[in-house]
Write a protein that binds this ligand. Structure first.
Ligand SMILES: [Zn+2]
Length: 574
């Protein structure tokens, strides 16, 4: 491709709207443009990356026997009502009506559509397993779209759905997808890990997220380097530490804590450590109010609470409800004498003693409160977030925390959707049974952006060879000069003949501009034809990720580029 006939509007300055590096570099590199909040257009250079990621995904999905389909973006409300998600999915589901007042949504995921597609036609166990996938646009009306393609509202996703006769079949399909995902992200040139994850709004009981390591990631990966346990923060388990209880039992005492509402204020005032306070937080669920009790130095893990209580909604109670239930303003809730709510304790509370709790009275707390004697609870479990210093629940080694970007998520759905929608098949004995399903997503556009987060320098992107828009940037420093121009044209044609994807910078621009653009858009190999070298029949060949170019004769340049490209592909081979 010649740059003079290409559309690649690069920007010199950092765009004000860009919050993270991938966003900034894709805007500056002329790869994407914002149309509306969280909605982006892909320009030719950016779309080439997307297409390459898609092609790798397609090859690996096909290799596992998955079949590609193409499902509608616009989905009727009736299907979502069958699974109850029309009401439950929340505001991320963009709903609208057609001219006939019929309700629709823009698909944020396709479990309902795919289950509907097979429920009357996939009938026999002999036809199973089946795995259908598509690569398509999704829409989720995020509250706060941000970080460019990382948290966009409209994005490209690969979603696959497997149908099996039983759990064993599902386990095989799941493992197939796990393996395919590992190959896909390796081939995309990414450093990643798979972690245990929560199933969230999709449902099911087992799931893994594929995380790309990146400092800018929104997700926290918790890992044990000894036994290999890995989970995201929502899910991460850890060994409970023993509560403090070494002073002997002291009598419960109410103390005046004027205007002291936060853990820091109260413990600072009383001169005790935050771990000696139990904070009591009131939450509203669809089954009523609950009071969560956790150590003062710990954070509630809402995902764990949802699972422990078997509820779907969990929101901090409004202050008016807190006052109604505790009889005191927010900041003074405590378990002693608290009635009318379910009391839920973190597992570490058992064994604590002489702790500080709210007194359910404005400006008062209790000290020396002891579980069992002064208060108790209805349910106990692990309801707090793991944090640095915590130990692996399997082997006791200190857990490591790092940041990552979720690029893939696989779920064992079981029969959640097939049962809700009456999607059944006939087994060997001629009995009707619901399909056992799995679903498997990859954020395609997010994968492209995460490659940039992981691989860049101060000058721009350093693309992995497999998803780079072009493999080689051919840079004649002065297009006006016939000798340079002719040598460039010759190299260009011969590289194309050898199957190298090459972008020829045939613009009549200063060399400095060309070098800046080449570094910015980050093709893995650069070949430079300059005034100094041309006289000796030399050109410079350089890897984007390396500092120094090497002088190579123009004759040898073709072989050099081809072998560099092949070596780069070997690095990401599976
Ligand atoms: Zn471990």
């Amino acid at each position: 491709m010649r740059l003079t006939s290409y559309y690649m509007p690069t920007l010199r300055e950092k765009p004000a709207e860009a919050e993270i590096l991938s966003h900034q570099l894709m805007l500056r590199g002329g790869m994407i443009r914002k149309l509306a909040s969280g909605i982006y257009s892909f320009l030719p250079l950016g779309y080439r990356v997307v297409r390459k990621v898609e092609e790798i995904i397609r090859q690996e999905m096909n290799a596992k026997g998955a079949l590609e389909v193409f499902l509608p973006v616009v989905q009727p409300a009736e299907l979502w009502r069958e699974t109850g998600r029309w009401d439950r999915f929340g505001k991320e589901l963009l709903r609208f009506k057609d001219r006939g007042e019929r309700e629709f949504c823009l698909g944020p995921t396709h479990e309902e559509v795919i289950t509907d597609l097979v429920r009357n036609e996939l009938r026999s166990y002999r036809q199973l397993p089946v795995n259908l996938y598509q690569i398509h646009v999704k829409f989720r009306d995020e509250t706060r779209p941000r970080f460019g393609l990382m948290r966009a509202r409209e994005f490209v996703m690969k979603d696959a759905y497997s149908f099996d006769a039983d759990e064993r079949g599902l386990s095989r399909s799941y493992q197939d997808m796990y393996d395919a995902y590992s190959r896909i992200f390796t081939r995309c040139g990414l450093r990643f890990t798979a972690v245990e994850a929560d199933t969230g709004a999709i449902g099911g009981d087992v799931s893994h997220e594929f995380m790309v390591w990146a400092e800018t990631g929104e997700d926290v990966i918790v890992r044990c380097c000894r036994c290999g346990y890995a989970a995201n923060l929502e899910r991460a388990e850890f060994q409970p530490s023993k509560g403090k209880w070494d002073e002997g039992e002291k009598p419960l005492e109410k103390v005046y804590t004027p205007n002291m509402k936060t853990v820091e204020e109260v413990t600072g005032f009383l001169g005790v450590s935050p771990s000696c306070l139990i904070k009591t937080l009131l939450y509203q669920t669809e089954k009523g109010f609950v009071a969560l009790m956790v150590p003062g130095d710990r954070e509630v893990n809402e995902t764990k609470v949802l699972h422990l209580l078997g509820v779907e909604e969990l929101e901090l109670a409004a202050s008016v409800h807190v006052e109604e239930i505790t009889g005191a303003p927010v900041g003074f809730a405590g378990p002693v004498g608290l009635k009318g709510v379910k009391l839920v304790a973190d597992r570490t509370l058992d064994g604590m003693g002489n702790v500080v709790v709210g007194a359910n009275e404005e400006d008062y707390h209790f000290v020396n409160a002891t579980p069992g004697r002064d208060f108790s609870w209805d349910v106990a479990g692990d309801i707090v977030k793991a944090r640095p210093g915590d130990r692996c629940h399997r082997c006791g080694t200190a857990l490591e925390f790092s940041k990552g970007i979720e690029v893939g998520h696989i779920f064992k759905l079981g029969t959640k959707y097939s049962e809700a929608m009456g999607a059944r098949f006939l087994d060997e004995k001629g009995q009707e049974r619901p399909f056992v399903m799995g679903c498997y997503g990859i954020g395609v556009t997010r994968t492209a952006a995460s490659a940039i987060e992981q691989s860049h320098d101060d000058d721009g992107i350093i693309w992995p060879i497999s998803i780079a828009p072009f493999q080689c940037y051919l840079l004649p420093t002065n297009w006006e000069r016939a000798d340079i121009r002719n040598a460039a044209e010759g190299l260009y044609h011969r590289l194309l003949e050898r199957g190298v994807e090459v972008l020829l910078d045939d613009r009549d621009e200063r060399a400095g501009v060309k070098f800046k653009d080449a570094d910015l858009i980050g093709m893995p190999i650069r070949v430079t034809l300059g005034e100094r070298g041309i006289k000796k029949g030399l050109c410079e060949v350089k890897l984007r990720r390396e500092e120094r170019p090497r002088d190579v004769s123009i004759e040898q340049a073709i072989e050099e580029v081809v072998s560099m490209r092949d070596a780069l592909f070997k690095e990401v081979a599976v």
